[in-house]
Every structure is written in C-alpha cells, then in structure tokens.
Design a protein. Structure first.
Length: 134
C-alpha cells in the first residue's frame, strides 16, 4: 500500500528519476591498451573506443553492458568508479546540485565529444554522469 506522497514505494522527492542508457564499470588500470583479447575474445565484448588513456568495451547484444579501462582521466581531479550515460546530462546536473550532492568535476564539454560531470555518492564513490549520442 502506498502512502500519500509516495510513488512506487519510493518517497516522492520532487523530480522523477533520470532516464539511463547504460551504467559502465570504470576499472583503473596501468595500461588500458593491453589485455583487449580478454574483453573481446574471452568475454565477447566489442571495443567501442580507444583514446589511449581510456578504452571501452560493450556487449554487441546488450549495449547497456559495458566495461571501461582507464589509466588516468586527463581533465578530472579524481578517477570515477562508474559511468552513467543519461538522456539529459544538463537535467541530471541540475538535479544533483538541487539535492546538494558534491560535484567533483563540473559539467564540461570534453575534447573527445561528451558532456559530463562527476558527482560523489553518499558512500564517497565518484560517479561520471555523461551525455552523448549513441
């Protein structure tokens, strides 16, 4: 039974949940250029991009399954543990600010073509919230 002010068992906190495309684990590694055969041949993932400092692999049958290898993010002050691809990164940024979450890296147009920000979750985990065309 729902109480007044609740939606789907979740307290009504104002804004609806953001629309997610996918959530990707970000693994900090020494050399993201190495070990690709493990992700491609063994796990069956396809390489989506390789920028030297970051390489990402995605499932060909389910694009919401993705893993990213990162040596060092050149524009962010901290490494992120995961990336969340959203439909409207500007709305997500505004909502994170409205809720008072710590913004670790401000909303930025990055040179490699994405628009993103980093936010710290209540456990101290840094999350990369990103918007780009799929």
């Amino acid at each position: 039974m729902r109480r007044t002010g609740e939606q789907g068992g979740r307290p009504d906190v104002g804004a609806p949940a953001m629309h997610l495309h996918r959530i990707s684990t970000n693994l900090t590694v020494d050399d993201p250029a190495g070990g690709h055969d493990f992700y491609e041949d063994f796990l069956g993932l396809e390489k989506q991009f390789d920028l030297g400092w970051v390489t990402s692999f995605r499932s060909p049958s389910n694009p919401s399954i993705q893993v990213t290898l990162i040596a060092h993010d050149p524009t962010a002050p901290e490494q992120s543990a995961m990336s969340v691809a959203v439909l409207d990164v500007d709305a997500a940024y505004a909502e994170a600010q409205r809720r008072g979450y710590e913004i670790v890296h401000p909303l930025t147009h990055e040179p490699w073509g994405v628009r993103r920000f980093f936010v710290r979750d209540p456990h101290g985990v840094v999350v990369n919230v990103v918007g780009h065309a799929d």
